[in-house]
Design a binder for this molecule. Structure first.
Ligand code: MG
Length: 254
């Protein structure tokens, strides 16, 4: 019986198949390393943030700002009821630095609508402290397209406006490839994919350079392979919750 079970077993790979060009593995190679097992998290609802996947670095779980630095050291943003809120004490950034990454972040614009255009629920997610994905209350709020919610600020509008109403929790899932410099020269630019509330709004979009205001971005100042995640204090009481990040294997950066 045992022998019969053996013969019915499907093969785990082959050793007589062609080599995959540019790799050291055969097609369906049985000796190719297995991907690491990660336990998936859960999705968020308006009432409750979801659970991060098992290998995520949790940057904010609603309790404290221990992973963050403020303008003068300790971050001063208000933490209550499972969220942090911008309060005109300056930008905050993570102690740990990141390059290529997957970032999940949730935010809510103020329920009480005040101001218009860029003066309404403005904040921002700055990858490496330099590349802004705009946070703005863009629900029924006219502003310039490359400054709308989820825009690569000053460069590319989102593919669609996927905003929820002010006061509601919204999600960004951001997949970022860091730019790469060699001997002060740009070798490859940054790329970003952004999913806003489950909707694709940037698809592997090349970033022109660090975010500016009323200027054309360019990579004129080389920088290292990693930088902090920064959240912008633009003066509006935007809230954040459930922030987690995963390092991604990226370019071989020295
Ligand atoms: Mg902003």
């Amino acid at each position: 019986m045992a022998q019969k079970a053996q013969t019915n077993k499907a093969p785990v790979g082959y050793d007589d198949t062609p080599m995959i060009p540019g790799s050291e593995w055969r097609v369906h190679d049985g000796t190719r390393p297995q991907p690491k097992v990660v336990t998936p998290g859960t999705f968020s609802s308006q009432d409750k943030p979801g659970q991060p996947p098992s290998d995520a670095i949790v940057l904010f779980d609603g309790k404290d700002l221990s992973k963050w630095i403020g303008r003068n050291g300790e971050p001063q943003w208000q933490v209550e009821n499972g969220y942090m809120e911008v309060n005109r004490t300056g930008n905050i950034e993570t102690k740990e630095h990141f390059g290529d990454c997957q970032l999940h972040i949730e935010w809510a614009a103020p329920a009480e609508v005040k101001g218009d255009s860029q003066g309404r629920g403005n904040s921002g997610v700055f990858l490496m402290g330099k590349y802004e994905i705009q946070v703005l209350d863009g629900y029924d709020n006219l502003t310039y397209a490359d400054g709308l919610t989820a825009a690569i600020y000053g460069q590319y509008p989102p593919l669609v406006n996927a905003c929820r109403k002010p006061g509601e929790w919204q999600t960004y899932d951001i997949f970022f490839v860091a730019p790469h410099f060699k001997e002060e020269k740009l070798v490859s630019p940054a790329y970003v994919t952004v999913v806003h509330n489950g909707i694709l709004v940037h698809h592997h979009q090349e970033i022109m350079g660090p975010t500016g205001h009323r200027s054309v971005a360019s990579y004129n100042v080389p920088h290292g392979p990693k930088g902090p995640l920064m959240l912008q204090d633009h003066g509006d009481p935007v809230r954040y919750r459930n922030i987690w990040i995963r390092h991604l294997k990226g370019y071989d950066q020295e």
